[in-house]
Design a protein around this ligand. Structure first.
Ligand code: GLA
Length: 390
């Protein structure tokens, strides 16, 4: 949406012009799934589509929020001292959560503002529309109130909104990718230490295709928190043998020596540990230009998520397994939390049209409704956007 169109909407809803514009991307994870809250590695990247926000500070203590994606909610208005979670405030809770968490951290936000949001990440598709919203609000508050929040702290505050305000026990991957992403690069993050490196995604001749199952996935409704709890129980079991902080500190060869009573917990731990190793192997393959190996590791990641972690489901499996059959495909896997949402495939440029056609037809015939395909371009992290001169 152009600056003019957004601005026209802002003035129509709020009666005066906005002063600033911001953007935060969505993300995909290339590999390293359900490893972040296990102290392992992840390898996500930011996208070029995401959440736009334009805003203006107010003189009083009222906040007004309007989203072009949830027009039925109208303007959601709250006072500075009414920021508690309220289910009727729908999407605006993410914005209220960010204000709350910043205030709790000691940042001074002493007046309100008007904020208009427009997002082009399909909502509930597992491309982190919620983390994108948190971070766009984060950079907005940082700028409007002159807070000068270190970027890594902003990333952590976004995660705190999920954990403490929304009630989803998510890890730090999404906010990190969205806050720290760089065009053309994947971000290898050690979630235990938060050490990170940018790895150029040199995929010349290939396109990253996002495949949306169009099965909605709500993190809070999903089995996400249950998986996380299972990993904690598995770690407690392993700690009887060798005490460690996180599953990410185990290797697959050490793990193989442990006898388990609970087969399900064994599989959960096996996924977290093997996925962490695959992620490091994938980075090494990428750096060595061994794209075939990178693709095979993506495929192995999906199998582990399907068999050991059990977070795929018929929709994601249908898409990914159909993708594996197509010519010109390096690899394919689900991305994000799973239970619906999106998968990704790395496909030779010339094969992309035939790929979408074949996978799309197969999916619709099997599932009964169509999948949607997007081309992923790897973009920069959350930021202020210079205004066009209107
Ligand atoms: C969601 C969470 C992340 C991460 C992924 C699974 O996207 O928000 O923290 O755990 O699932 O890798």
């Amino acid at each position: 949406m152009t600056d003019q169109t957004l601005e026209a909407q802002f003035e129509q809803r709020f009666g005066s012009p906005s002063t600033h514009r911001f953007f935060a991307p969505g993300r995909i994870n290339l590999i390293g799934e359900h490893t972040d809250y296990n102290g392992g590695h992840v390898f996500p990247c930011a996208l070029t589509f995401g959440t736009h926000a334009i805003a203006r500070k107010r003189d009083d203590q009222r906040f007004r929020f309007y989203s072009l994606n949830f027009e039925q909610d109208g303007i959601i208005e709250v006072a500075l001292d009414e920021l508690a979670y309220d289910a009727t405030h729908s999407w605006a809770n993410y914005a209220k959560g960010m204000i709350t968490v910043l205030q709790e951290a000691g940042y001074r936000i002493d007046s309100g503002c008007d904020i208009l949001i427009q997002g082009d990440i399909p909502n509930g598709a597992g491309l982190s529309s919620s983390a994108s919203l948190e971070l766009v609000i984060g950079v907005l508050l940082d700028r409007l109130y002159g807070l000068e929040i270190p970027r890594l702290d902003l990333v952590r505050f976004g995660q705190q909104v999920e954990n403490r305000y929304i009630g989803v026990n998510s890890g730090i991957m999404d906010q990190f990718a969205i806050g720290m992403g760089k065009a053309g690069a994947g971000l290898l993050l050690d979630c235990e230490t938060l050490d990170y490196t940018y790895a150029p995604l040199d995929l010349t001749g290939y396109t990253i295709i996002i495949m949306n199952t169009n099965k909605r996935r709500e993190l809070a409704d999903s089995k996400y928190n249950e998986r996380r709890a299972e990993c904690e129980t598995a770690l407690a079991y392993l700690n009887q043998f060798t005490p460690r902080e996180a599953l990410g500190q185990w290797t697959t060869s050490e793990f193989a020596k442990v006898a388990w009573e609970d087969e399900r917990l064994m599989r959960r731990a096996r996924h977290a540990i093997s996925e962490n190793e695959r992620t490091l192997q994938a980075l090494a393959a990428l750096e060595a230009g061994e794209l075939t190996t990178f693709g095979q590791l993506m495929n192995a990641s999906h199998v582990s998520l399907r068999e050991d972690y059990e977070v795929t489901g018929i929709e994601l499996d249908t898409l990914v397994e159909a993708a594996w059959e197509q010519p010109g495909v390096l690899g394919a896997r689900m991305t994000g939390a799973g239970f619906g949402g999106c998968a990704i495939a790395i496909v030779e440029d010339e094969a992309v049209d035939a790929f979408k056609q074949a996978v799309g037809e197969h999916y619709e015939a099997r599932i009964g409704y169509p999948a949607t395909f997007y081309t992923a371009t790897v973009g920069d992290g959350a930021r202020e956007i210079e205004r066009e001169v209107i």
